[in-house]
Design a protein around this ligand. Structure first.
Ligand code: ADP
Ligand code: MG
Length: 290
């Protein structure tokens, strides 16, 4: 039978916007030491808008944007939505793309009018021996903006900076966890400079940046090897393996089905402050039982 305090607490949590899918994980929540948050879509809204376009040589801003939008128009990534929306806002006609291929966590490749078009992260280019040295890259990233590079037939042509909105509740969520004695860590596929700027804004002391999708769960294990009991909070398909490996996996309610199905607890309201509520509720529930 379900102990009364747990039953009461579970209905209480439903009223608080928490969907508890795994009761044992909820019990473990009272002993957590650290909470790892995915950045995009979790601490931020994950809705990107183009804020700056920096040409890397001769060229026309609108032409480069139209090519980028062509490749991105078949992608579901929030960066893709931001680029396509900007091209449409400017009334540009977007050429057709074919052979579109995702490089998960790194960018997209397509054929546009016979040209090889890539929109990729600066980190991806650096790993393939084409580091971007233009100072505007670090400057934009330092403002917390995500920067992607348009590469046409092998030549980097433009930087697109995209601004996301930090959820207004995120800063308070981090502060509440701190008051409960729990450290917050940020995990992102985005660049070091962006992670640093957003962490600073939110009062997060530790972050992992430029983490490829298949490495996210490794970072959780790295923290667990330090002896920490770790919760992971995420929204995306990429976050699912990390949610499973974590001592407590928490999905943002507005996230993907894969994330929700991999989680122990779902934040129905998509409010990161509800993570602190889970810990408080778990502590209160299981304290009464011993
Ligand atoms: P996060 O870990 O922040 O949720 P992702 O793993 O989805 O981010 O993506 C990491 C990085 O890969 C992005 O910051 C971007 O540089 C690049 N990227 C991924 N998909 C795309 C795309 N469709 N267009 C351009 N860049 C992309
Ligand atoms: Mg995300």
């Amino acid at each position: 039978a379900v102990p009364l305090v747990v039953a009461v607490s579970t209905s209480l949590s439903a009223g608080n916007g928490l969907l508890i899918r795994d009761r044992a994980a909820f019990e473990r929540a009272r002993n957590l030491n650290a909470v790892v948050f995915d950045k995009t879509g979790t601490l931020t809204e994950g809705r990107f808008g183009v804020s700056d376009i920096a040409l890397l040589g001769e060229g026309d801003e609108n032409e480069e944007l139209a090519f980028a939008a062509a490749a991105e128009s078949q992608s579901e990534h929030p960066i893709a939505h931001g680029i396509v929306a900007e091209a449409k806002d400017r009334g540009l006609s977007i050429p057709k793309a074919s052979d579109v291929r995702n490089i998960t966590g790194e960018g997209i490749v397509a054929n546009v009018g016979g040209e090889d078009i890539r929109i990729v992260s600066p980190g991806h280019l650096a790993r393939t021996g084409k580091e971007i040295s233009d100072p505007r890259l670090k400057q934009l990233e330092g403002q917390g903006k995500t920067v992607v590079v348009l590469v046409r037939s092998g030549a980097p042509r433009a930087l697109f900076a995209l601004a996301d909105i930090v959820r207004p509740e995120s800063k308070q969520a981090i502060a509440e966890l701190k008051s409960l004695g729990i450290d917050s860590v940020m995990l992102t596929g985005d660049a070091h400079g962006v992670a640093e700027a957003v962490s600073e804004e939110l009062g997060i002391t530790e972050f992992f940046a430029e983490v490829l999708p298949d490495q996210k769960s490794d970072k959780i294990e790295e923290l667990q090897r330090r002896g920490l009991a770790v919760a992971m909070v995420g929204d995306g398909v990429n976050d699912a393996p990390a949610l499973v490996v974590a001592d407590l996996g928490v999905a943002i309610g507005a996230g993907t089905d894969v994330a929700v199905e991999s989680a122990d607890i779902v934040l129905v309201r998509s409010d990161p402050r509800d993570v602190a509520a889970i810990l408080g509720l778990s502590r209160a529930t299981y304290r009464k039982m011993v």
